[in-house]
Design a protein around this ligand. Structure first.
Ligand code: P6P
Length: 280
């Protein structure tokens, strides 16, 4: 596992350099979700592929920016799914973006997820790594990632990060979100999954939601690259991750780019979600 963490750290330093200097023009390509790819998306994807290719134990990698997974070493046991630069379009308005990694043993499925990691490229570059029940925060300083602390969620938070297009939300979802704000929760939503969830984790709790809705019944966020890694991180930090009814990591994945509605939060907020969704 340490070799994978080191490969991710090397990727993060190279991607940070690419963000700082690279033209953020659009390519002519689209990813498998039909989104026009930024040059940075493609550059970040190549960087991570190069660094992970140096790790002997990796069997297969899957990138949000590529239609199909890529076999690296048939004798490897580890499967790595990653979103190279999530929220990349936020770079051109100078907001934080991130890379997300799911580390699976033997197959790309929620139950086989053994570790998860993300990197936040913001005023500082920070990395969070969840493995064996611990969620550890690292800070990039002088070219090295220094360990800072372990992350724990409180039973109840104060932050609400409501994703999705409000006009398409189910009425009961809108009423639930409004009820949180009516009791003093603060709106913290940048449109970047990584910084939005990083803020909830570091501020001790709250709720990030990207529900199924009329325009996207299965949500927008991808299971393998985004939803499952953050689900593991939130659970290991003392929170929960549900799709509205069941535990996200218990879901089955039919296709590598499958999405899922998702709610990541402290136990109090998730209990409210389950009560509302259980009655509708
Ligand atoms: P919306 C960025 O494009 C992203 O994939 C996530 O980083 C983010 O949480 C979500 O989409 C934002 O989507 O529909 O709220 O703009």
């Amino acid at each position: 596992m340490i070799e994978i963490l080191e490969a991710i750290q090397k990727s993060a330093i190279r991607i940070k350099n690419a963000i700082d200097v690279k033209d953020i023009g659009y390519s002519q390509e689209q990813n498998s979700s039909g989104e026009t790819q930024l040059q940075l998306d493609i550059q970040s994807d190549l960087i991570i592929e190069e660094e992970l290719s140096c790790v002997a134990g990796i069997h297969t990698i899957a990138s949000e920016e590529k239609e199909l997974p890529m076999v690296l070493n048939e004798s490897g046991r580890i499967f790595v799914a990653f979103d190279p630069l999530d929220g990349s379009s936020l770079v051109d308005v100078n907001l934080s973006v991130g890379s997300i990694f799911g580390i699976y043993e033997g197959a790309f499925t929620g139950k086989k997820l053994i570790a998860a990691c993300y990197v936040v490229y913001g005023p500082r570059v920070e990395l969070v790594f969840a493995h064996e029940g611990k969620v550890k925060l690292y800070l990039l300083q002088d070219g090295e990632f220094e360990y800072v602390k372990q992350i724990h969620l409180e039973p109840k938070g104060k932050i609400m990060a409501p994703g999705g297009t409000q006009q398409f939300w189910a009425p009961y979802h809108k009423a639930m979100i409004d009820s949180f704000f009516a009791t003093g929760y603060r709106l913290r939503y940048s449109g970047g999954m990584v910084p939005d969830l990083h803020q909830i984790l570091l501020k001790g709790g709250g709720l990030f939601s990207y529900p199924g809705a009329a325009d996207k019944p299965e949500g927008k966020l991808r299971q393998l690259f985004e939803v499952f890694p953050f689900a593991l991180i939130f659970e290991m930090a003392g929170g929960q991750a549900m799709d509205g009814k069941i535990r996200v990591l218990d879901k089955t994945t039919a296709h590598v780019h499958d999405t899922s509605p998702c709610f990541f939060g402290s136990s109090y907020e998730i209990a409210v979600v389950l009560d509302v969704y259980g009655r509708n």
